[in-house]
Design a binder for this molecule. Sequence first.
Ligand code: NAP
Length: 368
Amino acid sequence: MDKDFNVLVLGGYGNFGSLIVRRLQTIAGLRVWVAGRDLHKAQALAAQTASHAVRLDINQADLAEQLRVLNIDLVISTAGPFQGQDYRVALAAINAGAHYVDLADAREFVCGIGELDAQARQAGVLICAGGSSVPALSAAVVDQLLPRFSRLDSIWHGISSSEKTPGVSTLAGVLNYCGKAVRQWRDGAWSEVVGWQSLSAYDFPKPLGRRWVSNCDIPDLELFPVRYPSVREVRFSAGVGLRATQFGTWLLSGLVRAGLLRSAVPLAPLLRRAAVMLEPLGDGISGMFVRLQGLDQQGQPQTLCWELQALNNDGPNIPCMAAVALARKLATGKVSERGAMPCIGLLTVTEYLAELEGMAISVSERQC
Ligand SMILES: NC(=O)c1ccc[n+]([C@@H]2O[C@H](COP(=O)([O-])OP(=O)(O)OC[C@H]3O[C@@H](n4cnc5c(N)ncnc54)[C@H](OP(=O)(O)O)[C@@H]3O)[C@@H](O)[C@H]2O)c1
């Protein structure tokens, strides 16, 4: 690299943003900018990480101009919730000639990003939404296991977090569909389930063991039936290590479903405070699974389970590393794709896991 590659992290001092900033700072040749609406918080993290601080609001009219002035090459946005957000940050990046990746988990937001494709191509930049555990890592895992199947019939994947409470933006996002209808691909057709209901147990290998998970609405539910056309079922479930929190969310979804509560979103700050108080009860372990069913290359029924476990509360690093891995590749010219797309097919599992090296995170695979 003949000059520093400028990466600006919007929401850079937030829960996931700060982990991204810390990791980016270890990569040679990057100049990192911490951005958000609170300059003091941005400056405090910048001082700790030898990065730079700037006050930016995603709603400010001159966002593109600010990015241009700072000579930004890549914008990473963690400024959610992305449910209901428009593409103003991605458009500002395009207008500033910068690449863009976000951590969005909102189905419509991620699946609709292609509407910026022509503008992104014209500007010669990569715009990708969903650079996070889903769909970036989940799709990379399915892509990796796919050659082991002559026919893939079903995908069930999920995440069980540790007791470590995410930011209010993540909570508002996942509560958005709590008790609401979620479209799922079942038996080769679209049907509806209810967000945070259908409690199921998933048995991880030890030390994680049994975790309870429920329906969540994510981009994969829409993207996977198209990317893997033989599948007749795509299901995603998530949960929290603490049963009190998991069963509490399940109850809350029942209240919304029954019409006793209009939406759980306004409760996000309150629920966050309650979840933080319960943190001492947790075990610090989180996990992700991808369970694929179908026929192997000999035409025999096969179920493969790919499982990731994170100890010592290292789990929150996982959603952050797609953005970091892409920053590393873009800075060294190793990504040739241009245009606007969901963040799938841009990273391999190996590239993703390389960013998690040194942490208490392990991956295994088994017939299950
Ligand atoms: N796809 C996945 O697998 C996945 C998994 C987990 C999380 N996520 C996503 O990650 C996102 C971030 O989660 P988090 O836990 O880090 O949330 P968080 O701690 O609430 O961080 C959000 C950050 O965005 C900033 N922000 C909010 N509004 C802004 C605005 N108008 N302009 C500029 N900055 C703004 C906030 O700072 P200020 O309010 O001070 O500006 C904060 O620093 C969530 O929204 C969620 O969608 C995705």
